[in-house]
Ligand binder design. Structure first.
Ligand code: ADP
Ligand code: MG
Length: 355
């Protein structure tokens, strides 16, 4: 088994006795070989959690386990985890090859073996032939590849990445995202990835743990969290939504202002959420399919994204939402147009509103 199983058991961290906990009773099982992402706004406790996994930060309470063994008190170097940071953290005076060799030197790996492993790691990140350069002779993306090579050269069972792509521009970030995914597939290690970027989390992860104020508020696959968010926070944080703050008036009826909508599935009192690709807009009642839930809306904005248009909708004074239309559809959908938004009852989700 190449990838380690990491268990966080009721993990908490308080930096000061008067401050709220930075990490608040976090429990999470990370499967061997899994790509899991900790996603949350800035200050929600992601880095602190990662640092407790790697051993840089001592938990105030709770346990960390690796392959069923308690490692809470084990020093970082003994855990043998790879780590990649946002700012690369390369040694500027060392060459690329020396940077990558650094963890092997610490581990007293013989020279011939070191050379072989460094060559392999540089190949892995597409930097073969760059071994003699210094970090300042490389682009940001290349520097982060060096950091990746250095983090995996000693065959760790777990790789922890703290916002590794946040300093790169969009195009480069997408390229490196693919590289990181390929690295995960090739190496079979457990990846724990931290980001505040929802798109990055969605495209890379087997599962996402969503953090809010030091707590994990949801865990699931990207599809589960997107299609079946349990709370309004999750729905808002991951992807776009149209949110109606109405209420359940019968087990199968949801009311919002003068609208009465059909509920299928489990009733839940809270907000009603519809994802953009599940909402359609019609110009008249006749075009609305039977059985659909409907709401009159005004188009407030149409933006062109190449393959689709993003259409912003206002529903009265208290609800805004959006839908997406394939490029080349009705020119009548323009700002100011009055439309009927409609969706199938099975395409909406009832979520609990925040406490
Ligand atoms: P994230 O990585 O999600 O942005 P962090 O784990 O860095 O969140 O921070 C969580 C909370 O803990 C924040 O309120 C932050 O200010 C606080 N914090 C983080 N590191 C320290 C520290 N070394 N000393 C005191 N407070 C800290
Ligand atoms: Mg952080």
């Amino acid at each position: 088994m190449k990838g380690g199983r990491v268990e966080l058991v009721d993990l908490s961290k308080r930096y000061g006795s008067t401050e709220p906990p930075a990490v608040d009773h976090v429990t999470l099982d990370i499967e061997p070989g899994e790509f899991i992402t900790l996603l949350g706004p800035s200050g929600s406790g992601k880095t602190t959690t990662l640092n407790m996994i790697v051993g840089f930060t001592e938990p105030t309470s709770g346990r960390v386990r690796l392959n069923d063994r308690d490692i809470t008190q084990m020093p970082p170097h003994k855990r043998n985890f790879g780590m990649v940071f946002q700012n690369y953290a390369l040694f500027p005076h060392l060459t690329v090859a020396q940077n990558v060799a650094f963890p092997l030197r610490e581990r007293k790996v013989p020279a011939a073996e070191t050379e072989r492993l460094v060559g392999g790691a540089l190949d892995l990140v597409d930097l073969a032939g760059m071994g003699n350069r210094r970090p300042h002779e490389l682009s940001g993306g290349q520097q982060q590849r060096v950091a990746l090579a250095r983090a995996v050269v000693f065959s760790p069972s777990v790789l922890l990445l703290d916002e590794p792509l946040s300093a790169l521009d969009r195009k480069l970030r997408q390229t490196l995202q693919r590289e990181i995914k390929r690295l995960h597939d090739e190496l079979g290690l457990t990846f724990v990835f931290v980001t505040h970027d929802q798109d990055e989390a969605m495209t890379l992860s087997d599962r996402i743990a969503i953090f809010d104020a030091g707590r994990i508020v949801a865990v699931g696959t990207p599809a589960e969290l997107y299609h079946r968010p349990s709370t309004l926070f999750v729905a808002r944080f991951l992807g776009e939504s149209t949110v109606f703050a109405g209420r359940l008036v019968a087990p199968d009826v949801y009311a919002w202002h003068d609208r009465k909508w059909t509920i299928t599935g489990r009733p839940r009192d809270g907000a009603l959420v519809v994802r953009p690709e599940r909402i359609a807009v019609a110009l008249d009642e006749q075009s609305v399919p039977a059985g659909a839930n409907t709401a009159p809306a005004v188009v407030t904005d149409v933006s062109f994204y190449g393959t689709f248009h993003r259409v912003e909708l206002a529903f009265g004074d208290d609800s805004v939402g959006c839908t997406v239309l394939p490029a080349g559809t009705s020119p009548a959908i323009e700002p100011g147009a009055r439309v009927i938004a409609h969706w199938r009852p099975e395409d909406q989700v009832l979520v609990t509103a925040e406490p």
